[in-house]
Design a protein around this ligand. Structure first.
Ligand SMILES: Nc1nc2c(ncn2[C@@H]2O[C@H](COP(=O)(O)OP(=O)(O)OP(=O)(O)O)[C@@H](O)[C@H]2O)c(=O)[nH]1
Ligand SMILES: [Mg+2]
Ligand SMILES: [Zn+2]
Length: 287
């Protein structure tokens, strides 16, 4: 399944042709990246079943689950100098990917804007814990961006996630020949005025259909309610590295002999990362 609009889905057949499909039931569990079985019905199609997924990237807000995509090889989180990114949202995206077993990288875009240094510093804890951060100017240095990204994207399906306005679609348009044309074909509204993505969509990077980028709409909320509170520290590499505590079930909030709190005091875990840990943990285990 390559994209969905309301209750319509676009499915790509083995020969690369795309067809609008419906599902049989009212509600469907079909997400972008799913391999589906479908049959023709008039000039449209009906999705009969969804194959088992290799992985599923999703978030779980207080009331609802939002699936991003299935069967992806890696996540590319795009943040920018402007609009100033929320570190909490970035951290949450990385935790969700870690939980889903999906490797991730970060792009800090709009290196051309003033304030770049300050935003770059905010990513220091991520670089220190082993996250690869690519600093790019997608709009004004497209050739450099292409050269640096191409080897990372080769042969993989890469999900592009990040806040609205960070440059996700700019990235897709940079790398996908005719991406705008494809968009226009599916929905004219998406190609008028300022390009703001409203649906998740799968784009092939090559004619052989071996590499793909999945563009997605910006998000505001990123709930992680599908994660067990005791599991959280293990999904944050810097916290995990210091979770050597007196109590095996230490919450890293107040217990004596806590390796995490000692590391925060010693400066080995950044204040902001620990604040985010506590913020998420409070959502997962209130009280
Ligand atoms: N200064 C500067 N602007 C950029 C750069 N890359 C993208 N932009 C601009 O940032 C704005 C937002 O880019 P988009 O690619 O639409 O952002 P998006 O992440 O797809 O946003 P949503 O679809 O709303 O989630 C556009 O006006 C781009 O031209 C850059 O490297 N430098
Ligand atoms: Mg977009
Ligand atoms: Zn502890």
């Amino acid at each position: 399944m390559v994209t969905g609009h309301g209750r319509h889905y676009v499915v790509e057949a083995g020969d690369g042709s795309r067809i609008t499909c419906h599902t049989r039931g009212k509600k469907s569990d079909c997400v972008v990246g799913d391999l589906v079985r479908w049959r023709a019905s008039g000039d449209e199609g009906v999705i009969e079943s969804v194959e088992p997924r290799r992985n599923l990237l999703h978030r779980q807000d207080e009331w609802k689950t939002k699936s991003f995509a299935a069967n992806i090889d890696q996540l590319l989180v795009v943040v920018a100098v402007e609009p100033v990114f929320s570190e909490s949202q970035l951290a949450r995206a990385l935790i969700a990917a870690e939980r889903a077993g999906i490797p991730s990288r970060v792009i800090l875009n709009k290196r051309d804007l003033p304030g770049f240094e300050a935003q770059r510093r905010r990513l220091d804890p991520y670089v220190a814990m082993g996250v690869e951060v690519l600093e790019l100017t997608l709009k004004h240095a497209p050739d450099e961006a292409r050269a640096r990204l191409a080897p990372l994207l080769d042969g993989r399906a890469t999900f592009v996630l990040g806040p609205s306005g960070a440059g996700k679609s700019t990235l897709v348009n940079l790398l996908v020949p005719g991406a705008r044309a494809t968009t226009a074909e599916i929905s004219h509204a998406m190609n008028t005025g300022r390009h703001t993505t409203t649906t998740t969509e799968w784009y092939w990077l090559d004619a052989a259909r071996s590499s793909a980028l999945i563009d997605s709409p910006g998000f505001q909320e990123f709930g992680l309610r599908h994660i067990d509170p005791q599991e959280l520290a293990g999904l944050m590499p810097d916290i995990r590295a210091h979770a050597d505590c007196r109590f095996y079930n230490c919450t890293h909030l107040h217990e004596p002999g806590c390796g995490v709190r000692a590391a925060v005091e010693a400066g080995a875990i950044s204040e902001s990362r620990y604040r985010i840990y506590r913020e998420i943990r409070a959502e997962l285990a209130p009280g």
